[in-house]
Design a protein around this ligand. Sequence first.
Ligand code: PLP
Length: 420
Amino acid sequence: MPDELAINGGPKARDTSVKPWPTISDASGRDFGEEEMELLGQVIRSGSLGYQYGSMVKQFEEEFAARHGSKYACAVSSGTAALHTAMGSLLLEPGDEVITTPVTDMGSIIAIVQCNCVPVFADVDPLTMLIDPDSIRAQITGRTRALMVVHLLGQACNMDEIMAIAAEHNLYVIEDCAQSHDAKWDGRDVGTFGHFGCFSLQQSKQITTGDGGIVVTDEPDLADEAYRFHDKYYDRSGDGRPIDRFGMNYRMSELVGAVALAQLRKLDRIIGRRTQTAEALMAGIDEIPGIVRATVHPKATHTWWRVACTIDEDELGTDAQTFTRAVVAEGLPLRVHTGRGEPICMAPAFQNYAAYGSGNFPWEPPYGRRVEYRLEDYPNTNWAMENVWTASWNEGYTLEDVADILRGLRKVSDHYRAQA
Ligand SMILES: Cc1ncc(COP(=O)(O)O)c(C=O)c1O
């Protein structure tokens, strides 16, 4: 007989009060140390904390661009700022439409709406939750000007298909790489296919400064626009151009730049650790009947921001929600669905078209179109929200932690299979 489930009063697979999981919210799951302290010390001793006066942010931009094989990089204060800088640099018109995914962070959408553009949502693949190229095609109208694709959970979107759609319809492409540092499509870094790649350095990301971000592009005109947009449209190039638009202050400080540079130099080590443990977890899951892991496309390299799986309900004789409640009771670090449990466009801000004041700008004529955001238009997203469970991953996980997770999953799987 399998052990009694913890949810039914049995012993937990792991007692987290004795043995907590490593977490991205503190040092247990983050790789900070002497490297960051050394560079921070250099900044403090230099007395130059603003990027215009120091060298740390410039060095971070240079090394980030070089590592990605990009011509230009512009460091900013968050992933949202990176996306807003990219959107702002495209100089789109109010009411222009940008197609994106309903499984993302608000940062992606804020960037669209704060440029007075209208977000339109394509559905996703149910298992990977990556934007579905066929669904993108179905959303294209005469007003569509850009695609904002999100490389979710450490995965890479299908950039062959996305770039083909963009070429066919003459669309800009912004890649939201907030969750997918170092992920690759066909051997090439995400963020380097489209017009802009945007990265976040928020506390949970593969490399972090607490908050921060960076934008990459290969196009000199777009890079010039991005440098000026992120710094109040001041021209720091020395050409003395006048202030000809309204930008933001999204500058990265030298203190943040120091940590960003140290983290970037550790990216291989961090991704290596995440990959070793996440792949061991996935290999173990393959051996447990009834649990199905999200497939990784043969052309993609996953960098494991989160791990994701679902269950075969027929084999286990239960549904994903019940299964996950039992798994969580065992002390395992998993939860059903990512995000907020519904397509992001079901939030009141979208339903009420509430961007500015009491009107519905930019969704209303003469600028935009009142796009309907209806739950039934995103069947795969809805399925994923109910059935896919994920766990935040980090470089603190060990193979011993993986063994504990697998032991707990097998216990729950055995229990339900014995009853099925
Ligand atoms: C997919 C995605 N896009 C955008 C963002 C926004 O990044 P930030 O929190 O650094 O503004 C995040 C992170 O939270 C994200 O996960």
